[in-house]
Design a binder for this molecule. Structure first.
Ligand SMILES: NC(=O)C1=CN([C@@H]2O[C@H](COP(=O)(O)OP(=O)(O)OC[C@H]3O[C@@H](n4cnc5c(N)ncnc54)[C@H](OP(=O)(O)O)[C@@H]3O)[C@@H](O)[C@H]2O)C=CC1
Ligand SMILES: Nc1nc(=O)c2c([nH]1)NC[C@@H]1CN(c3ccc(C(=O)N[C@@H](CCC(=O)O)C(=O)O)cc3)C=[N+]21
Length: 363
């Protein structure tokens, strides 16, 4: 039977319509409105010294974005008497999904976006997942629906992703949205959040993408593939590497920008990288560590201790791409709500969030 959890209490899902649980609205006070000053331009050879590898602070980037979103949420509430709503559907347990769900819940509370989470058992029949998605599609309080991946194998991914209303597809994984990303000259309603976050980090870090060689390691629907497409739309020359690529280091060694999203801990070694490369580490693996809180710690795809002597800039794990991904979910949800209330009908209104939305429209 489907169950949704609210404050740790399991509830039968038939009551769902009346039981949507909305996160506490945060009291907003004291926003600085200040942005982190942009770091110096990189990819300039004289700035490359092994000792000066710049550890990109994803939490600070995310905070800047969240501050802007929080203000816009207050404005929206004053304008229309409602706030944006994000619903997360997770079927079964998966460490990365659990982390993501928790981060999103906290971030929604922080910016005043209403949040709803449905954690369903791994055995939930596909029809019941589809029914839940339809309930959320019809609920005017929900402006964004995010179905967590991976799904258990008995569920046909295509059917679930297609069930999400295009207007609420804040994860950008509906085949029509992903298709629009693939097709030149077309524009998705939403772009997947991690790739969008990677672009936002590069843009805020003043990393030149055009005419550069980027290597993306991993080609999943959620991260690798859309990231490669976005970088290509920004006129990078992109190589995609996967599990069956022979000698991946040969490709990465030539890359100005490396994005790794495999979930293989410490796959990317220092000698894989070109001197001065910019490295975005998306991979997040939980490894046992009895000394750490909860008995585990998170590590990335990149061997940080080696890479920092070669790269000019690198995102750490945790504290790099992850928090920016979450900020992008909030940004897409706000954008969806603004459209719903007729305030922003397309991405030309990006004043509340990031330039990436606008830049990506240009190509
Ligand atoms: N920080 C963040 O914001 C996010 C982090 N993640 C994390 O990123 C990682 C990847 O996630 P996701 O894309 O969903 O994972 P998937 O398992 O869906 O995809 C992994 C990809 O990596 C490739 N791969 C696996 N092993 C190797 C290898 N040895 N060499 C080269 N490529 C390899 C696979 O290749 P093939 O296609 O041949 O199988 C596949 O394309 C995970 O750790 C996840 O937790 C995910 C989303 C957001
Ligand atoms: N449809 C779908 N879209 C996704 O984008 C998606 C998904 N399914 N399934 C799971 C993976 C994983 N993922 C993470 C995003 C942020 C953090 C994150 O915020 N990480 C923090 C650490 C969080 C903590 O410490 O609790 C950090 O790196 O600093 C983690 C994991 C998105 N994913």
């Amino acid at each position: 039977m489907l169950r949704v959890t609210r404050s740790g209490v399991a509830l039968r899902w038939r009551k769902l319509r009346t039981l949507l649980v909305w996160g506490q609205q945060q009291k907003h006070a004291g926003f600085s409105g200040l942005s982190t000053p942009p770091p110096p331009a990189i990819l300039v050879p004289h700035l490359f010294q092994s000792a000066s590898c710049w550890k990109i602070d994803g939490r600070a980037v995310a905070q800047d974005i969240k501050d802007v979103i929080a203000k816009r949420v207050i404005q929206l509430r004053d304008q229309v008497g409602a706030v944006p709503g994000l619903a997360v559907v997770q079927v079964g347990h998966h460490k990365a999904s659990d982390l993501y769900s928790r981060s999103k819940q906290l971030a929604c509370d922080e910016v005043g976006i209403a949040s709803f989470a449905a954690y369903l058992p791994a055995t939930t029949p596909e029809d019941e997942v589809l029914e839940l998605v339809n309930v959320l599609n019809a609920d005017d309080r929900v402006h964004g629906i995010l179905v967590q991946l991976p799904m258990p194998p008995h569920i046909q991914l295509d059917r679930v992703l297609r069930a999400v209303s295009l207007d609420k597809d804040v994860d950008g994984l509906h085949p029509i949205n992903l298709g629009r990303l693939v097709l030149r000259g077309l524009h998705p309603t939403f772009i997947p959040c991690t790739p969008l976050g990677c672009l936002e980090i590069l843009r805020r870090s003043r990393v030149q993408i055009e005419n550069k060689h980027a290597v993306v390691i991993g080609c999943s629907n959620v991260v690798g593939l859309p990231t490669a497409l976005l970088l290509q739309r920004q006129n990078a020359t992109v190589t995609v590497i996967h599990e069956h690529t022979p000698n991946p280091a040969e490709a990465t060694k030539r890359a100005d920008i490396v994005v790794s999203a495999t979930g293989v801990a410490q796959l990317v070694r220092g000698h894989w990288l070109k001197k001065g490369a910019v490295v975005l580490d998306v991979g997040t693996s939980a490894v046992q560590d009895t000394a750490a809180d909860g008995g585990y710690r998170l590590i990335g795809d990149v061997c940080f201790e080696e890479a920092e002597f070669v790269a000019s800039a690198i995102t750490p794990v945790p504290g790099g791409v992850g928090p920016v991904t979450v900020a992008m979910v909030l940004s897409n949800t706000l954008q969806s709500a603004l459209r719903f209330f007729g305030i922003a009908t397309d991405t030309s209104d990006n004043s509340f969030t990031t330039d990436s939305h606008l830049i990506l429209r240009c190509k």
